[in-house]
Ligand binder design. Structure first.
Ligand SMILES: [Zn+2]
Ligand SMILES: [Zn+2]
Length: 346
């Protein structure tokens, strides 16, 4: 069967290759991937900067953002059911993983499908254990391919509410930095929760992304126009910019919470104003935290939120995935600068 593979650690090795068809082990469910979302993590793996192959193998099948159809009855699923799959797997030796929260793994020795020591789903067939599958309602359809980035947002919002909720807190105004898939989904989800949202990103005020932000009832601002306002209860950094991360604490109002979801692997210094850290953070009870991956409950919440987005903003929802190409055109998907591009396997 055809699969999108890379040689981890080497640059520009992504290719469609013929690989052995997987055989479902006892208890596993055979899946027919329909669509695979691609993101910056895939781009980093393709650049040889990240990712590792399963033990004893030289290649890694990409694809951690899955929408699949169940190919044969099993594990409580029926052929034809739509599913997504969680990404991270237990390290088998820490308390967080033992409790069912590999997203909070304490050792860092977890595995991740399509990223770290486990093949991904960018292939014509794949297998997974039923406990890692997430049912996608029919009504969500192809939008289900956004379940993975949506789960990352759902976790971030859950943690922000938990951290903010350590003291009386009624978040009303949110700032989202970045308008890629995570920033855009965070924008829509926070709007669903009734917050006033300002989303700031690199694109101009008349861009497609600005228009999509506006469709949710949020406001859009080119990030170059962002001022140090100290006006937000919640800041979500999804742009992957160390400079913006460093500014987040200064943008919060009293009791505000800032969450970093972007990755900035560049070396170098960013600076934070001494008074912001030494006075405002203390006097204002402000908090900054990072969040990665998602727990099972976040996947369930993500699917609920995506269904709500599709119901409330049907036109905008269909525009979230702006490019769907066949797997052989993977480079176009990697180069796409809109919200989300996917590879269409079936
Ligand atoms: Zn991703
Ligand atoms: Zn662990």
């Amino acid at each position: 069967m055809q699969a999108l593979v890379v040689t981890p650690g080497a640059a520009a090795t992504a290719r469609l290759a013929d690989v052995f068809e997987p055989r479902a082990a006892p208890g596993e469910v055979l899946l027919r991937p329909l669509e695979i979302g691609v993101c910056g993590t895939d781009a980093e793996i393709c650049a040889g900067l990240f990712g590792s192959a399963p033990k004893g193998e030289g290649h890694l099948i990409l694809g951690h953002e899955l929408l699949a159809e169940v190919a044969a009855d099993g594990g409580g699923f029926a052929a034809g059911d739509l599913v997504a799959a969680t990404v991270r797997r237990s390290c088998r030796r820490c308390a967080a993983c033992a409790a069912g929260f590999p997203d909070a793994c304490l050792t860092g020795d977890y595995l991740e499908r399509g990223i770290t020591r486990l093949h991904g789903f960018a292939s014509e067939l794949a297998c997974e254990r039923p406990e890692h599958l997430v049912p996608i309602p029919r009504e969500l359809g192809r939008l289900g391919v956004l379940a993975e980035p949506a789960s990352v947002c759902a976790r971030a919002i859950r943690h922000a509410r938990s951290i903010g909720g350590r003291q009386p807190w009624e978040p009303a105004r949110a700032l989202v930095l970045g308008a890629g898939a995570v920033g855009m989904l965070a924008t829509f989800f926070l709007r669903l929760e009734g917050l006033e949202v300002l989303t700031a990103s690199r694109e101009g005020a008349g861009s497609d992304k600005a228009e999509l932000v506006g469709a949710s009832g949020a406001s859009y601002l080119p990030v170059s126009d962002l001022e140090e306002s100290g006006d937000f209860d919640l800041v979500v950094e999804a742009a992957g910019s160390g400079e913006l991360m460093a500014r987040a604490l200064g943008l919060l109002r009293r009791n505000g919470v800032a969450c970093i979801l972007g990755i900035d692997g560049h070396s170098g210094q960013v600076s934070v104003d001494r008074r912001t850290l030494g006075v405002d953070v203390v006097i204002g009870n402000r908090a900054l935290f990072g969040s990665v991956n998602a727990a099972r409950q976040d996947w369930a919440r993500a699917v609920e939120l995506l269904v709500e987005v599709g119901t409330r903003w049907p036109d905008a929802a269909t525009r979230l995935v702006g490019l769907r190409v066949e797997p052989g055109r993977f480079q176009e998907a990697f180069d796409y600068t809109g919200v989300k591009a996917t590879l269409r396997f079936a």
